[in-house]
Design a protein around this ligand. Structure first.
Ligand code: NAD
Length: 379
């Protein structure tokens, strides 16, 4: 397995590509052969000729790429598995908990599907973790987006004509995206408050110079992988009540709260939003996985009667296509390099390895991932 095909993305609004020319060169130097679908890097700013200079060949169609490939790489899930040869390794994000039909299709087609968002959260896998690399950029961009939409400046400004107070930002959910959002907002001079259900986060928030909002929810915590545990409906109600005042006094609220493999919790109700000031901005970064904000829409901004705007902030990393591509590409390079077997000149699909067993979803005509099998069993 050493023939890699890089696909052009087809998802609406996608700006990235899974591999940049510099990393293409490194893969080829390692021993992989690379074929690139013509135009794959165009939106991210990479020309076909750059891939050719790196040593890749170009193909026009998916059909030709699939015929060439032992390994297919792309950012988003494919529309269908049609045309992918048996035993091909397909590497992308797959949204496996929602795309159960596609997972079954991969199994039936006897394709080995790797879902990159299932990458284990271990030190060794960190460089392959697309969730971290992309969420950092999305968290940064959420603040930049808010700053461009709010009719105010972020820092405090004292002038002879008067003093402008700093913008107040409340960040709910302080994982990878939330931490980057706090750091960015602080750099721009905002007053920042934040909350997360994982108790370990308090110190991280404080170390960035932000205020941690204390809410007593009883027992919370995190899984072995570092993900938040799901709250009970009663705990969510307590959280909503306690947050309402902070939201009402904030100019910007950014929500990033997710629970891995489950629907995101609804944390801002219409009632809470009705108490916010005119001109305030809410960005719901969990909009695609159920939404933290009542009324948020992934397709459009929602301007409410009280002058508050809700922005559905899905995949905000797409607004920084070059950096997002380079980081995703770094994750792919790390994955393909880590499993390169020099002697066999092949990708080594070592199913005993904890990285592979974590993110390999289908193989040998069946679903092999235990967490996904559980979901399918319950479906
Ligand atoms: P995520 O995207 O699943 O969730 C975002 C945040 O929302 C999390 O911090 C979560 O605790 C929080 N959240 C969930 N429910 C909430 C609620 N009701 N109210 C407020 N907040 C809520 O998480 P993530 O950003 O991917 O990462 C979570 C943790 O995993 C972080 O500590 C991160 O550093 C760690 N991590 C480790 C690795 C690694 O070791 N390889 C890789 C990535 C992330």
């Amino acid at each position: 397995m050493n023939k890699v095909f890089l696909c052009k993305e087809i998802a609406k609004g996608e700006t990235r590509v899974a591999l940049n020319p510099a990393d293409a060169k490194k893969l080829i130097e390692l021993g992989y052969e690379l074929s690139v679908q013509s135009g794959a890097g165009a939106v991210a700013g990479y020309k076909d000729s750059e891939y050719e200079s790196a040593g890749a060949s170009l193909v026009k169609t998916l059909k030709d790429g699939y015929a060439f490939a032992d390994i297919i790489i792309r950012i988003n899930k494919p529309d269908s598995v049609a045309g992918i040869k048996e035993n091909t390794l397909h590497v992308s994000s797959l949204d496996v908990f929602n795309e159960t039909g596609l997972v079954q299709d991969f199994a039936k087609a006897n394709v080995k599907a790797v879902s990159l968002e299932m990458m284990p959260r271990s030190t060794i896998a960190q460089k392959m973790d697309i969730q971290s690399s992309q969420a950092s950029l999305a968290g940064y961009y959420a603040v930049i987006l808010a700053s461009s939409r709010i009719p105010k400046i972020f820092p405090m400004m004292m002038t002879p004509s008067g003093t402008i107070p700093p913008v107040s930002i409340f960040i709910i959910g302080v994982g990878v995206a939330g931490l980057q959002a706090i750091a960015t907002a602080k750099r721009l001079g905002a007053r920042v408050s934040a909350f997360d259900t994982r108790p370990v986060v308090e110190e991280e928030v404080k170390s960035l110079g932000a205020k941690f909002v204390k809410i007593d929810l009883g027992e919370t915590g995190q899984t072995e992988q570092g993900y938040a545990k799901e709250l009970t409906p009663e705990q969510i109600e307590i959280q909503r009540k306690a947050q309402a005042k902070v939201c009402a006094s904030s100019n910007v609220v950014i929500t990033t709260a997710k629970v891995f493999g489950r629907k995101a919790p609804l944390l801002l109700t219409k009632e809470m939003i009705s108490q916010m000031k005119s001109g305030s901005i809410i960005i719901d970064m969990a909009v695609k996985t159920g939404g933290n904000v009542e009324g948020s829409d992934p397709e459009r901004d929602v301007v409410l009667e009280n002058g508050v705007t809700i922005i559905g902030g899905d995949s905000l990393e797409r607004f920084v296509a070059k950096d997002a591509t380079d980081m995703f590409s770094g994750n792919i390079l790390a994955f393909l390099s880590h499993f390169w077997n020099k002697e066999a000149k092949s990708f080594n699909l070592d199913t005993e390895d904890e990285i592979i067993s974590g993110c390999l979803i289908t193989a040998n005509g069946e679903v092999v991932n235990s967490r996904v099998k559980q979901v399918l069993g319950n479906a």
